[in-house]
Design a protein around this ligand. Sequence first.
Ligand code: SF4
Length: 908
Amino acid sequence: MGRTFIENVAQKLRIIPNLDRPDSSGASGKLRNFPAPEEWHDHVELDANEWPKMVEKRYSLVPTTCFNCESACGLLAYVDKDSGHVSKFEGNPHHPGSRGRNCAKGPATINQINDTERILHPMRRVGPRGEGGWEEISWDQALDEISTKIRASLKTGAKDRVVYHVGRPGHEGYTNRILKAWGVDGHNSHTNICSAGARTGYALWHRHDRPSPDHANAKVILLTSSHLETGHYFNPHAQRILEGMMDGAKLIVIDPRLSNTAAMADHWLPTWPGSESALFLTWANMILEKGLFDRDFVENWVNWEEWLEADYPEEPQKFDRFIELLMEEYSQYTPEFAAKECRIPVEQVIEVGEIVANAGSRLATHVWRAAAIGNLGGWQVSRTLHLLNVLTGSVGTEGGTSPNSWSKYKPDLFDVPPDPDGWNELHFPPEYTLSHYEMSHILPHLVKDGRGEMDVYFTRVFNPVWTYPDGFSWIEMLQNEDAVGCHVALTPTWNETAFFADYVLPMGHASERHDVNSYATSSGKWVAFRQPVLREYARREGREVEFTHEVNPGEVWEEDEFWNELSWRIDDGTMGIREHFMSPYREGERITIDEYYQYMFERIPGLPEAAEAEGTDPLGYMRKHGAFLIEEATYNKHEEDGWPTPSGKQEIYSPSMVEFGYPEHSIPHYRVMSHVHPDNLKGEDEYCLLPNFRLPQHIHSRSANAKWLAEIAHRNPLWVHPKDAAKLGVGEGDILKVETEIGWFIDKVWVTEGIKPGIIGCSHHIGRWRRKQDSGNRYMTNEVEIEDLGEGKMRMRTVTGVRPWESDDPDTNRSVWRDGGVHQNITHAVQPDPISGAHCWLQKVRISRPAEGEKYGDVEVDTNKSFEYYKKWNEMAKEREVHPRGERRPLWMNRPLPPRKEHWFIRE
Ligand code: SF4
């Protein structure tokens, strides 16, 4: 194709290179999209730093996956063949989920691995826990000391005193296998501050607890909050939403905040938080009234007979009667009712309702975090949203919404130890009968309440002191050596929780570790390989590497090898642990990490054949490509397998809800009023604080060392609507005091129409800190002083904001920003939903002008108050505690690491 006039001019002005010269691969000819995998070990391109000179650079391109959110998008590491170091990361076009694209956080992996302040050696605390004294120790010493403590705990017979608490997961089954080998019910996760509300609503319908919307093929895309697109499956979903829109799909975003996604929507509905279920039930009612429901799907795949039998035994047990009764049940949900609850115009309720009602089988819906994790009764949001999919017959269809497990591959492991022989009541207290994830956010309160202690507590890429609500209660627990005998932080970077550890063990970033990933980012099913790229580079160059730490910087280990080594040392030869770490290929010898993945990849459907076609084995294929597509699309699986519920159908009627003491929730309704419902706010002075969103450039608590991300965004002002700003008498940049139930913080004002009046927004992923004695993350941390004011009262004040510093990287001296934001999460009270167990993030707050002497960044919390407040919410669960047949919780419901069945019953 000939060049355009503009290209000719640009070439003459040397704005673009001479298009007649050799292309970036070194070959002459036309520009190409990307080199083929066969050329990845010998890739040549021009060195951008040498421009305008044409200097060639030789690279080995090694695929791996991003570790900066759950999506596990493909990355290609450019290993410079001269230096042997990684120069940059780009997308891997052969990854079926991300297809060569990444968000800003993917390429910023290079910042993380080159962080001048990263932890390079195992550290052990010196002096009292939390005071900031550290010494470097050898891995040998760390492994010996920690394994001795674990052995001592296991030998007491306790099954709940060794705990692994995960922040960022990102591997399939690895640590669950380890915990099983140790025999402990010791898995704890962050899910109850993340997605547990939504999961409960979905699980009630079909046991699968996550949705997988087929955005690319949808007619209507309905997102309940944009949070997903700004932080979860972000890039893989964003690209498919755009594809759907380019094909004519309508995008509807429900969010009190004008997010980036809402700004792109055809319809933005800024509903009052917690009112979403009223809207969905109104739309359900419209679908029923207009006769637009999918009769075939609803009649055959929904347990409507169970509902009639239970609640209407005298009525004809006929499908048509079911529909009539359902319409009667939902007749209260009129557009006027929804408009009043949501505080949006009734015309908008009707106009958008018509679009949803006519979507048919191509309705792609999603809710993640956001409303479902914000509100008391948030689980109702996903339950009523899924009702729309059920009625329109868009469950499991092309362009509809499938269960995510249909698109997720669960690998075969070389050895599966027995399920844990115990039940951990610190994770699953008996009163939370329907919480299918661990009650991790109330752990410090359960401990304070005398419900249990831990001998060894691992935090893994997990920072509850900063990320969770009520962080001072976490500090209190971590500093109590009777409650937490030993705290081991596994982390690639310093964080606020690691400051309160006994051991800090450096683990690899994305390109320095092994994991296998499979996520429902589209309608297909794929598996990807996160591999340590310098290990693979060494292999390509013919160098033997036994352990990944041989090629990682400093003494950074990867977790897989760490767990294997630790497990081996725990067992003194009498505990039966070592038998779970033997090679499946070499009799009597320990398994290697290559064998672990070899075994797994040999069993992935279709992979051995694909490998053979390329003249390699499955492990070789994954090392080369980094990912494999198992199925193009996974629609309509229920037609073969049914639904994994007790009825085998979609459960509009939940016998479990009735049996476990919540009969008013037998079918989807809007019967729990959010704690931030306008009726629960005291007049004009109380506001709803919307903290559960983040800026799309940030990782939960691992971006403060990523200079590019920090430069893009580093502060979290209060989003205040102009009407509220006028009422409060404040303007841009003024400061306000935000009082929660347990404390307060002071932040600056950003006046914007992008937030609903009556709601104050504040991103919860900024406001990182370190004390004078702490290290790391200086691109985004304020230096703070923490003061114990006595009687449970704690104060944090900013000493200095972000400051440049000297290092080997000249960029550390170039940061032009000084404001590191405010740590608001630490002032939030825990609010565990009595049904889902999820933390209800939204806070009722009072807003005022700060008193004399109170400054930007100040934070104060009363931990005694926070304990009392927790008790109030905990009472809601206790009041309704019922255990039919002695069951702790419904036997059919999932648990991340389920113990043996006998432990699912309360013992007398
Ligand atoms: S969406 Fe962004 S952060 Fe998440 S895996 Fe993909 S590139 Fe990484």
